[in-house]
Design a protein around this ligand. Structure first.
Ligand SMILES: C[S@@+](CC[C@H](N)C(=O)[O-])C[C@H]1O[C@@H](n2cnc3c(N)ncnc32)[C@H](O)[C@@H]1O
Length: 226
């Protein structure tokens, strides 16, 4: 199990998450668009999405690249159920596997692996090993695009961006109780790295190229070539 707290959180807040993600992740749609643009998917490319949530990325990818074959790994039964019904019309193209990514043993290799706002749920002691495994699941010319929550070593900067997200969400009419639970979870039970530490680990696990391609408030996107 990656992080039991996170699993409980998504069980309880799955439906609310769908609405509130856009409130408290100010650039949520921009993050999805960036990942889609970076993907440069050739039709029929085999894709793995780690932690597909409600299947928002899948909808975008399949609209643009209708022949893609996407395997989604999702640990939360509720989230898996939501994405299954949302993506039902694409059932020839999407396979949703309800499993913790730490227990996932793929039988094929992927040209593209994506993961958005998920791997911060994996504890620090397990993250490096998982990132190494992910590299191993890629074809030799494969690409890994990783969007995630990040943190800043500088306390003031961290506080500023957390407050920025909170104010942004509340001004949009975001739910106060959700905000409280979400920010408490991020502070106590999530395991984000700084951008610098992320790049250091990605180099260590052997990626030929690893680059931070986008960053805003407490989120960043990294692009890796195997
Ligand atoms: C913040 S949501 C992001 C969902 C989606 N990627 C998106 O961009 O909207 C995180 C998702 O990752 C899933 N998740 C968290 N830890 C996981 C793990 N260890 N294995 C698989 N899925 C996990 C959660 O259940 C949740 O659905």
């Amino acid at each position: 199990m990656g992080n039991v707290i996170a699993q409980k959180y998504y069980k309880k807040l799955a439906k609310k998450y769908l609405v509130e993600a856009r409130n408290f992740i100010p650039k949520y749609d921009e993050i999805l668009k960036q990942i889609l643009d970076l993907s440069q998917i050739k039709n029929s490319k085999k894709i793995l999405d780690i932690g597909c949530g409600a299947g928002n990325l899948e909808e975008l990818i399949l609209k643009k690249f209708p022949n893609s074959q996407i395997t989604c790994v999702e640990a939360s039964p509720k989230m898996a159920q939501i994405s299954r019904s949302k993506l039902a019309k694409y059932k020839e193209n999407v396979k949703i596997i309800k499993i913790d990514i730490l227990d996932f043993k793929p039988t094929e290799k992927y040209g593209l692996i994506i993961s958005n706002i998920v791997l911060h749920n994996i504890s620090y002691d397990k993250k490096e090993k998982l990132l190494k495994k992910i590299r191993g699941w890629l074809k030799s010319d494969g690409i890994f695009i990783w969007g995630d929550l990040i943190k800043y070593d500088d306390k003031k900067m961290q506080e500023f961006f957390v407050n920025y997200r909170l104010k942004f969400g509340l001004a949009r009419g975001g739910n106060k109780k959700f905000a409280k639970e979400n920010f408490e979870k991020e502070e106590k039970y999530d395991f984000p790295f700084t951008i610098e530490k992320t790049l250091e680990i990605l180099r260590k696990v052997g990626y030929k190229q690893s680059k931070k391609v986008w960053n805003h408030d407490t989120f960043a996107i990294f692009y890796m070539r195997k």
